[in-house]
Design a protein around this ligand. Structure first.
Ligand SMILES: Cc1cc2nc3c(=O)[nH]c(=O)nc-3n(C[C@H](O)[C@H](O)[C@H](O)COP(=O)(O)OP(=O)(O)OC[C@H]3O[C@@H](n4cnc5c(N)ncnc54)[C@H](O)[C@@H]3O)c2cc1C
Length: 438
């Protein structure tokens, strides 16, 4: 089969890889100059099978309201004159109950476990290195009430087979001694040994190179300008070369939309209406200046909702969510407050471990913002759309790196006529899920 994959982030590249594994002929089109240049570029690096709770829970609405006035709030909803945004928020609120939470967690855990195996298989097959650290993921708390809530969440996750355990402050510091300078604030935490971390960009770039070596054609620097329908199916896809401005049309037996947050508008242009809305997040990558004092265990800071991940000789700190449209700028008031918060937090928690100085003072911090392709349930859309030949692999929100390998493998199986062995509701295959999402 000839398959055209739109988007060369972790989802598009992983789909391409698994399609090649199944003997298909693959073309990948992306507007950027290389793979992983948008949301898969500088995320928190956590392969977080166990920390997969959806944002929508019964506690979320109150928090959302409380945080609306704080520029550095972990989750910031900035209302706009944007029907898609309001519709997304209404659907999100509809998921903020215990029954929906459990239903969503069940699927996220299933996809996470399947994906982790797929990632390990891919690494075994390719030997790709990506600053990987198989040291688990920890989560520390500075507030006793929040820690109590975490104990309940850990118990819930254990019911789904996830080995997340509550640990005392001393146990947490034994797992990751780098947080000792902040010990006076830590009241305890949770830990899952089976999670890991690594650089999504490095992995995606190298997997794309392996795909190209196996014969996949990459059309970088090409905008996807239109999906053209004829009757009930995709007829062709219009691309425009960003350098020359030249247009071209491509036909394929199957077209996969894996354009992250941009998948929503692209799909709507052919009548496929999926609630994928951008959740802007920020990261800062600082050079480590005291390697012996830097953490190896990727860790979530519950108070400010950011993650610290060591990537070789750098520390990545990332987090926060802003529901504010397709904006990746770093220079607005809110963006500056968020970037400043990340640098401040690193110095509070790991004082002197990194060079957090701004460039104006001789430092070399790398700030970045990306758009998580968020769905109201946190569950991605993997499967076929009602439009013939049109497939989707998008909407992975906070967990696209974690779920990337398995989502690509699963979609390649579906396109090939196989059913992945996973308790997950695939779009276009499981009507209950499709009905709720669409
Ligand atoms: C701050 C932050 C921290 C995160 N931390 C983690 C984490 O620790 N663990 C985790 O699992 N996940 C994390 N995520 C989420 C994860 O990064 C995303 O879910 C994932 O990168 C999404 O991948 P994607 O392939 O769907 O999208 P993208 O990586 O954005 O890829 C989409 C591609 O489509 C292309 N494209 C879009 N529109 C067009 C068009 N019209 N024409 C041509 N090309 C187009 C883009 O150029 C891009 O290359 C984080 C996200 C953020 C923002």
């Amino acid at each position: 089969m000839q398959v055209l994959v739109l988007g060369a982030g972790i989802l598009g590249v992983s789909t391409a890889w698994h399609l090649l594994e199944r003997g298909h002929t693959v073309t990948v089109a992306d507007r950027q100059d290389d793979a992983a240049r948008e949301t898969s570029f500088a995320n928190a690096g956590q392969i977080s099978v166990s920390y997969c709770e959806p944002w929508a829970s019964r506690h979320a609405p109150a928090k959302l309201l409380r945080w609306m006035l704080r520029n550095d709030a972990p989750l910031l909803f900035r209302p706009r004159l944007d029907w898609q945004q309001w519709r997304w928020v209404l659907r999100f609120l509809g998921e903020c109950n215990d029954a929906a939470f459990e239903r969503n967690v069940r699927q996220l855990v299933a996809l996470g476990a399947y994906s982790h195996e797929a990632l390990k298989e891919t690494v075994r097959a390719t030997g790709i290195g990506f600053a990987r650290l198989e040291r688990g993921i920890a989560h520390y708390f500075t507030d006793a009430a929040a820690l109590d809530g975490a104990a309940q969440a850990a118990a819930l996750m254990r019911r789904f087979g996830i080995a997340r355990h509550v640990v005392s402050r001393e146990e947490l510091l034994a797992i990751e001694p780098a947080f000792r300078p902040f010990a006076h604030r830590i009241v305890g935490g949770t830990y899952t040994a089976s999670d890991e971390s690594g650089d999504a960009r490095l992995f995606t770039e190298q997997l794309a190179a392996r795909c190209a070596a196996r014969g996949a054609q990459f059309l970088f620097g090409h905008d996807v300008t239109r999906l053209e329908r004829a009757g009930g199916a995709i007829d062709h896809v219009r691309l425009r070369d960003r350098t020359t401005g030249a247009g071209r049309s491509l036909r394929a037996d199957a077209v996969v939309v894996a354009c992250g947050s941009h998948s929503g508008p692209l799909l709507r242009s052919v009548g496929v209406d999926l609630p994928i809305y951008p959740g802007k997040g920020y990261s800062a990558t600082f050079p480590i200046v005291r390697p012996e004092a830097a953490p190896h265990v990727s860790t979530i800071d519950d108070e400010v909702k950011c993650a610290f991940t060591r990537l070789g000789d750098s520390l990545r700190v990332a987090g926060t969510v802003e529901l504010a449209g397709m904006d990746t700028s770093l220079d607005g008031r809110v963006a500056r407050a968020r970037c400043a918060m990340l640098a401040r937090r690193v110095e509070q928690v790991l004082p002197g471990v990194c060079d957090t100085r701004p460039a104006s003072q001789g430092g070399d911090p790398r700030y970045w913002a990306g758009l998580r392709p968020a769905t109201p349930t946190n569950i991605p859309f993997i499967g076929r759309t009602p439009v013939g030949r049109l497939w989707v692999n998008a909407g992975h929100g906070t967990l696209g790196w974690t779920h990337g390998a398995g989502s690509g493998k699963a979609l390649a199986a579906l396109i090939s006529g196989d059913r992945p062995a996973m308790a997950f509701r695939f779009l276009g295959f499981d009507d209950a899920a499709s009905g709720r999402h669409a």
